[in-house]
Write a new protein. Sequence first.
Length: 467
Amino acid sequence: MCLTLTLKYLACGHEESYVRPCGRDGIRCNMMSAHTCNLRAEVCRDCWMLPDFRQAAGYQPEEAMTENDVARYQAWNLTAETQDLQAHLHSLPLPNLLNQYAHFYSTKTVVFDLLNQSALGVLDEIVHHHLVPAFQARIINGENIPLADRIQTLNIRQILVLNYALADASQALDDDDWRIAMGYRVFINFDNSRHFTRLEDLQAVTDDCGICRNPLNHHDEGEMNHAVVETTCNHMFHEGCLERWFVSSARGDCPMCRRLLRETELPQIPTRLETDGTFPEWLTILNRCIRPVIPRPERITLQGLIRLQLAVRDARAALVTAREEYMIADRSVRIATEAIDTRVFVPLEDLHTFQDRLLESAANIEEQDFRDYQYSLRQHQRTRLMRENVLRDWLHRRQEKDHAYDLAQSRYYAAARALEMAWDVVTTRVVEEVEEAERAEDSDDSDSSDAGERAIERRMMNNLSIN
């Protein structure tokens, strides 16, 4: 099952869709699982390539970084700080394979895996606090950015947003969908499994395969795997057909009666987001390129300091509010998840027990018991569906609050750092003025002493002349 990621860019109102193939070789299957990710303060690839992203027809300035935000970033000489970073973008050792890091920005296919949490945090810092602000500042200042610079910066930004989209999808998808989307094949050992029996005498088999509908005792010339297996629910399939079914099936059930068959054969669920790990070489290089540059001291007015202080206060208040809203949404997601995992309408063990009884001896089950079972099953499915819808709704809300929280952090970071640098400028000026005043005072004292000595000499000369 392949994964379709739809990115909604709220700053320009456009959407983009990417496909994460379930096959490691980039080959897509015929089944798709869709996930949508909302991106605040971002514009799509097409709007990014415009001479000025603010010219986009659906541009929403309230959802994007404003001129005031860029001005705050410029307070610490962002252009000089990202100079080395920009220079290394053109020579990063990104894999030169088709649809990999180096080329995916011009395609709609994503085959790279998730970065670990530490690497993702470093990349977020580089993109949102260095690359993108510097890029937007150059545009707002009227610079015509070369095409190569646009593509390289866009490439790194897309790696970040798609990693966030994959991480978000990993929380929204169930275990089977996530396992298959990440390319983990379901391995079934038909010889040792308790769910299957391999049939030896194919001549006595006259039925058709329940999946491909071809005769079970027939196989194409040159076909290697033409074995036939029978399930514990008495259905027969070609082994290859059944294995392909398990690769694409979300539950691992029988194609005919939907009885679960692969409970013990599932591979380990791939990690959704590792906490620590090694950094890719290209990210290590980018991280080394970040170097703080001391801004050239400029005169800061009292009104300017007051404006920056108010901006920091407002940004902090917005950050606190955004964090509280995100925590509420995250707590609601956990509650909704627990409701699905623990609060079932009917114990699953009872349903499985009745399914086994039904398969073994359906004629001995009373009609009322069978109806009660069907009613319980429908109630269980209905209750689970309702709770899954609640969980899906809260996951969507948490995603929105998460992006709002990220934007609030970026704006508070920009305002706080601009205020800090402004205070450094003011402090430097005050120190210089104090030192200059002390030098002037010393000079005045020296001048006064010289003048006194000259006056004494004049009086002595006058006395000598009189005598």
